[in-house]
Write a protein that binds this ligand. Structure first.
Ligand SMILES: *Cc1c(COP(=O)(O)O)cnc(C)c1O
Length: 426
C-alpha cells in the first residue's frame, strides 16, 4: 500500500468514511482519495510526494493559489495578535465596508463561519421578514446542508444518488418547493398559485454544484420580477460564484440587485469565513436590532477576516479578473479543440475563474441535461488526468477553478495530458 492508501485505511477507523466531507471520499469516481500535505501556487503534493496541478482550489476559495505570500503574512500577523476574542474587531468593520463597496446590493452584512450558516441564516431572515414559510429552490442547486435546503440538492447528494437526506423531517422539507432550473413557465405558474405564501427564492445564479449551469437572462428577469411582484425575498447564493466569476460577482454580470446575497469560499481566502447581507430594511430584522436570531462564537474570527481582507484586496487590483478569465478560457478552448481532434463528444464553458466541462454535445441548461452527459466517460477522464498529475474535482457534478497562480505552462501541461487521456478513453 502507498501512503495515500495507508492513510485512507487508517482514517476510516475513527472518521466516518475516512473523510470530513463526503465528496472527498472519491465515492462516485472510485479509487483512493489523495491525502495532501502541501500546497503552493497552482500545485498540491500528496502523501506520496506526487505533485498535481490543482483545479479544485479547496472547492473554490483559493483564487490566488495555495499559500499566497501576502495572504499568509496577513494570517500570521493576525494570529500573533490573538486567535479569537468573541468581541468586535476593527478588521471586521473594514471587511464589511469592503464587501458593501464591492456589491452595491449589500447595504449591511453579517459575517459567519461557513456557507451553510450563511444560507441557513438568510432563509430564516427572509421568513422572519416576510412572515411566510415557503421557500423556492431549484433542482441541482446546492445551498449547504441545512435541513430545509437538503431537497434535490447538487454535488455530494447527486454523487451519492440521494435526492434528499435521511434525518430531514418531512414537515421541514414540505415547505421547500423545488422547480427545474431555467424553467420560467414553471416559476410563473408556482407564483400564480401561491405567490403570497412564498418567503423567498434561493438560487445559485450560476449553478456550480451540478457541474456548471448558467441561468438564462429570461430566468434571471423572471426571478427578479416575480419576487418583487409578490413581496418575496430574492436570495442569490453566491457562496461559490462570489468574487470568483467577477469582482462584482454574478449579480454584477446579470445587472440584477438581489435582496439578499450569500457569500463564502473566496471571501474567506481559504479560512472558515462566509457572509450574508443585503437590503438594510431586511438586515435590520436581525438580532440585536430585530426579532430574527442569529449568532456565532467564531463569527468574524480575526484570523479568517485577515485572510479574507488580504484576498479581496489582491483580486481588486487592476486587470485581475480580465487576466484570470483569459487563462480559464484558454483551458476550456484548448479542451474543446482537443476533443474535436480526437472525435470526443464534449463541451465546456467558463466565467471568470470558474469552468465546467461535460461529456455531452451541448452545454447543459438544467439538472436533467447534466444527468444526460456521459458520466462513465467523466470517471475515466478523471482517473486518466490524475495519473498525469492533474487534480480535478472527483465528481461530474462539480465546477472547476483556475487560480491566478496557474501559468501558461500549467495550462499547456494540462492540455497535453488531456490529449493523451482523450485518446486513451476513446
Ligand atoms: C459551498 C457552497 C455552500 C456551502 O458552503 P459551506 O462552506 O460548505 O457550508 C452553499 N452554497 C453554495 C452555492 C456553495 O457552493
Amino acid at each position: 500500500m502507498n501512503q495515500n492508501q495507508q492513510l485512507f485505511a487508517a482514517a476510516q477507523k475513527h472518521i466516518p468514511g475516512g473523510v470530513n466531507s463526503p465528496v472527498r471520499a472519491f465515492g462516485s469516481v472510485g479509487g483512493t482519495p489523495r491525502f495532501f500535505k502541501k500546497g503552493e501556487g497552482a500545485y498540491v503534493w500528496d502523501a506520496d510526494d506526487q505533485r498535481y496541478i490543482d483545479y479544485v482550489g479547496s472547492w473554490g476559495p483559493l483564487i490566488l493559489g495555495h499559500t499566497h505570500p501576502k495572504v499568509l503574512e496577513a494570517v500570521i500577523q493576525a494570529a500573533k495578535n490573538g486567535m479569537s476574542f468573541g468581541a468586535p474587531t476593527a478588521a471586521e468593520v473594514e471587511l464589511a465596508d469592503l464587501i458593501c463597496e464591492m456589491l452595491p446590493s449589500i447595504e449591511q452584512v453579517r459575517l459567519v463561519s461557513s456557507g451553510t450558516e450563511a444560507t441557513m441564516s438568510a432563509i430564516r431572515l427572509a421568513r422572519g421578514f416576510t412572515g411566510r414559510d415557503k421557500l423556492v429552490k431549484f433542482e441541482g442547486c446546492y445551498h449547504g446542508h441545512a435541513d430545509s435546503l437538503l431537497v434535490k440538492a447538487g454535488s455530494g447528494l447527486l454523487t451519492f444518488g440521494n435526492p434528499s437526506s435521511a434525518g430531514v423531517p418531512a414537515s421541514v422539507a414540505a415547505d421547500t418547493l423545488v422547480l427545474p432550473y431555467n424553467d420560467v413557465a414553471a416559476l410563473e405558474a408556482l407564483f400564480a398559485e401561491m405567490g403570497d405564501k412564498i418567503a423567498a427564492i434561493i438560487v445559485e445564479p450560476i449553478a456550480g454544484n451540478m457541474n456548471m449551469v448558467q441561468a438564462s437572462p429570461e430566468f434571471v428577469q423572471a426571478m427578479r420580477k416575480l419576487t418583487e411582484k409578490y413581496g418575496a425575498v430574492l436570495i442569490y447564493d453566491e457562496v461559490m460564484t462570489g468574487f470568483r466569476v467577477d469582482l462584482h460577482c454574478t449579480q454584477g454580470l446579470h445587472g440584477v440587485k438581489p435582496d439578499l446575497t450569500c457569500l463564502g469560499k473566496v471571501v474567506g481566502g481559504g479560512m472558515p469565513l462566509a457572509a450574508f447581507g443585503g437590503r438594510s430594511d431586511i438586515m435590520s430584522k436581525l438580532a440585536p436590532l430585530g426579532p430574527v436570531y442569529q449568532a456565532g462564537t467564531l463569527s468574524g474570527n480575526p484570523v479568517a477576516v485577515a485572510a479574507g481582507l488580504a484576498t479581496l484586496k489582491l483580486i481588486s487590483e487592476d486587470g485581475f479578473f480580465n487576466q484570470l478569465s483569459i487563462q480559464t478560457k484558454k483551458l476550456c478552448d484548448g479542451l474543446i479543440q482537443i476533443a474535436k481532434e480526437t472525435n470526443t463528444v464534449f463541451s465546456a464553458q467558463s466565467t471568470g475563474g470558474m469552468f465546467g466541462f461535460y461529456f455531452s454535445e451541448n452545454i447543459p441548461q438544467s439538472f436533467a441535461d447534466v444527468m444526460n452527459s456521459d458520466r462513465s466517460k467523466f470517471n475515466a477522464f478523471f482517473h486518466g488526468m490524475l495519473e498525469q498529475g492533474i487534480y480535478l474535482a472527483p465528481s461530474a457534478f462539480e465546477a472547476g477553478f483556475v487560480s491566478a497562480a496557474h501559468s501558461d505552462q500549467d495550462i499547456l501541461f494540462t492540455l497535453a495530458a488531456a490529449k493523451k487521456v482523450f485518446m486513451q478513453i476513446k
